[in-house]
Design a protein. Structure first.
Length: 280
C-alpha cells in the first residue's frame, strides 16, 4: 500500500490528483511526498496533503524555484489554503511570478505550515494582511525565510491573526530564520502579531531586518497579542513611523538577549507598555 502511494506521489508533476487516490491513503497515515519542480506538482501535493488529517511532509526538489503564476487558493492565495499539518522541506524557493496580486500561503484555523531547511517564500503581494503568509492556525519556520513580500494591510512577511472574538489562538515560531525586506502598508513590516496571536522567535540567530511599515512596527508590531517572546533574536535596520524596530500595544512581551538596534525612526518609542530591554 505504501509503495503504491509512493509511486503515485513521485508522479505528481505529471499526474492529476483525483478522489480515487484516497484508496491508497489510510486516514491516519502520515506521508512523505516528493514534489517535482513545477507549480502544478506543488499545488497537487498540497491538495493531496490536505485530503487527510494526518501530517504530511512535502519534500521539495532541491534548489528548485516554484514560480506561482496564478492563485490556487481562491483569488488571494498562491497555494491552496492549508487546512491540515503540512511541512515543506527544502532547500527551495516558492515565489509569486505574476502580475496578479496574491500572497504565497494562507493557513486555516485547522492547519499548520512548517518551513524547514532553507525554504524561502518571496515576492508575495497581498491585498490585505500577510504578504507571504496569513496565519489563522500554526506557522513554524526553521532555518527558512520570508523575504521581499508586500501587504497592503498588516504584516508584510507574516500576519498572525486570530479569529476574533472567540476563535482559536494562532501561533508562529521562528528558529534560526530570517524575515527581511518585507513591507506592511499599515503595521508590522516584517511580522504583525495580532490579538490572540502568539509569536516565538529564537536564535541561531533569528534575524528581522530591512523591513518597512508605513505606519508602526517596521520589524514587529504586536497589538494586544497573547504573547510575543524574543530570545536571541536580532531586530535591526527596520523602518517605521513609531517603533521602527518593535511596536507594542498591550499584550504580553518578553525579550532575552535580543538586540533591537539601528532601526528608524526609532527602535521602540511609542509602545505602551514599553518593549522590555529596548531603548530609543
Amino acid at each position: 500500500m505504501r509503495r503504491i502511494r509512493t509511486i503515485i506521489q513521485v508522479l505528481l508533476g505529471v499526474t492529476v490528483v483525483t478522489g480515487g487516490m484516497t484508496l491508497f491513503m489510510p486516514a491516519a497515515q502520515a506521508a512523505v511526498i516528493p514534489v517535482a519542480c513545477s507549480e502544478t506538482a506543488l499545488v497537487n501535493a498540497v491538495n493531496l496533503a490536505n485530503s487527510t488529517a494526518a501530517p504530511d511532509t512535502l519534500t521539495l526538489a532541491s534548489g528548485c524555484t516554484y514560480a506561482l503564476t496564478s492563485p490556487h487558493g481562491g483569488p488571494t492565495n498562491g497555494l491552496p489554503v492549508i487546512t491540515t499539518p503540512i511541512e515543506l522541506l527544502g532547500p527551495a524557493t516558492v515565489t509569486r511570478s505574476s502580475l496578479l496580486l496574491f500572497r504565497i500561503a494562507e493557513v486555516g484555523s485547522s492547519g499548520g505550515l512548517t518551513l524547514t531547511t532553507s525554504v524561502a517564500f518571496t515576492n508575495g503581494s497581498a491585498v490585505g494582511d500577510g504578504g507571504a503568509i496569513l496565519n489563522h492556525g500554526a506557522v513554524t519556520l526553521t532555518v527558512s525565510s520570508l523575504t521581499g513580500n508586500l501587504a497592503t494591510g498588516n504584516g508584510g512577511g507574516l500576519a498572525n491573526v486570530g479569529d476574533l472574538p472567540t476563535g482559536p489562538a494562532t501561533a508562529a515560531t521562528f528558529t534560526g530564520s530570517t524575515v527581511s525586506g518585507n513591507t506592511g502598508t499599515l503595521s508590522g513590516g516584517g511580522i504583525w502579531n495580532g490579538p490572540m496571536g502568539s509569536l516565538t522567535a529564537t536564535g541561531l540567530p533569528t534575524l528581522i531586518s530591512g523591513n518597512t511599515a508605513v505606519v508602526n512596527g517596521g520589524g514587529i508590531a504586536a497589538i494586544n497579542s497573547t504573547a510575543t517572546t524574543l530570545t536571541g533574536t536580532t531586530v535591526t535596520t527596520n523602518v517605521g513611523v513609531l517603533g521602527g524596530g518593535v511596536y507594542r500595544v498591550g499584550g504580553v512581551m518578553t525579550t532575552t538577549a535580543s538586540p533591537i538596534t539601528a532601526n528608524l525612526l526609532n527602535n521602540c518609542v511609542g509602545s505602551a507598555p514599553a518593549v522590555p530591554n529596548c531603548t530609543g
